[in-house]
Design a protein around this ligand. Structure first.
Ligand code: ADE
Ligand code: ZN
Length: 334
């Protein structure tokens, strides 16, 4: 039965809405780029890198994630990174991706904004031309940095705004509430960009409220801790807000102790528009289908739940209404 459900999930067309492209840097590519760019890394082998991927919280992970980024220096590096991800997701029948990138993780190291975004965008358009996988790009602000830095990043993005769909908010959540970025999100909206934010991953339900009230988000990234607050759940349900949930990430970062305790099934039962995503697949043990497999095995999901998750991924995307309709109809045919 479980095997059949996994096979069904694999056959369904899906969208991925929560993916940090820098978090798709597999250890093999880390080594290859370190060699190509002559960057020292504190690991002797691919196995040693994988062994170091043991985290007790979000900050533990972020420290290693920002270290890993140091091998990304040239436009070709960003192209190779993005292309590898796009090639990998095709095997999972992912037909549309909305990916995050962290420009400040690169500009802070002296890598120009234009270098990072050019490499990423070239791969995204090649993937559409070659494989029909469509995409949107979301530029994240690092919340541990001051709002002024986010404003500087928005300025650097000005020549690229026709190719950026939305702004996002990521990095260390605790102590960096959405309210810190109210003005820069307003500026982004004034530029016509959509808004998303990580909230309620480690932070309290109030951070989710702030993301709604002050950042005016179009989509909520994670949102797990919203379940602690009944009124907030009702508000998210009534607004038909999409939650981009990341089960293996939650397990690896100790947001949940065990996959059987993951709130995904509860979210669906409460009528929330949850989706399944991989967050940082190279660090957390898998891509979209690995995440589906983990929740199907642990949470007793029904065939209808799985179909709903796939439908939510397109319905919650930033595709046009007619594009959404075509994907939803394709799901109904399977
Ligand atoms: N940056 C990359 N992955 C992240 C996550 N899961 N939470 C916050 N910031 C991130
Ligand atoms: Zn994330």
């Amino acid at each position: 039965m479980t095997a059949e459900l996994i096979e069904y999930a694999a056959r369904l067309p899906k969208a991925e809405l929560h993916l940090h492209i820098e978090g798709s840097l597999e250890p093999e590519m880390l080594f290859r780029l370190a060699g190509r760019n002559k960057v020292d890394i504190p690991f002797g082998s691919v196995e040693a890198v994988r062994a170091a991927y043991n985290f007790s919280n979000l900050q533990d992970f972020l420290d290693i994630y920002y270290q890993g980024m140091r091998v990304l220096l040239t436009e070709e590096d960003f192209f190779d990174l993005t292309m590898a991800y796009l090639n990998r997701v095709r095997a999972d029948n992912v037909r549309h991706v909305e990916i995050f990138f962290d420009p400040q993780g690169h500009t802070q190291r002296g890598v120009p904004f234009d270098t990072a975004i050019s490499g990423i965008l070239t791969a995204l358009s090649l993937s559409k031309a070659q494989f029909g996988v469509t995409s949107k790009l979301i530029m994240c602000f690092l919340r541990h940095l001051p709002e002024d830095d986010a404003f500087a990043t928005l300025k650097q993005a000005e020549g690229w705004l026709d190719r950026i769909e939305a702004v996002g908010l990521d990095s260390s959540e605790t102590g960096h509430p959405p309210s810190k970025f109210e003005r820069v999100f307003k500026a982004a909206r004034d530029h016509g960009l959509k808004c998303v934010a990580h909230a309620g991953e480690e932070g309290p339900p109030d951070y989710v409220r702030e993301a709604l009230d002050l950042l005016h988000i179009d989509r909520l990234d994670h949102g797990n801790r919203a379940l602690e607050d009944e009124a907030l759940v009702e508000r998210l349900r009534a607004a038909q807000m999409t939650l981009t949930v990341c089960p293996l990430s939650n397990l690896k970062l100790c947001v949940v102790d065990d996959m059987t305790a993951h709130p995904l099934k509860r979210m669906l039962d409460l009528g929330l528009n949850a989706t399944v995503n991989s967050d940082d697949p190279a660090y957390f043990g898998g891509y979209v289908m690995d995440n589906f497999k983990a929740v199907i095995e642990a949470l007793d999901l029904s065939r209808d739940d799985i179909k709903t998750l796939a439908k939510n991924s397109f319905a919650g995307s930033f595709l046009s209404e007619s594009e959404k309709r075509a994907h939803l109809a394709a799901i109904d045919r399977i």
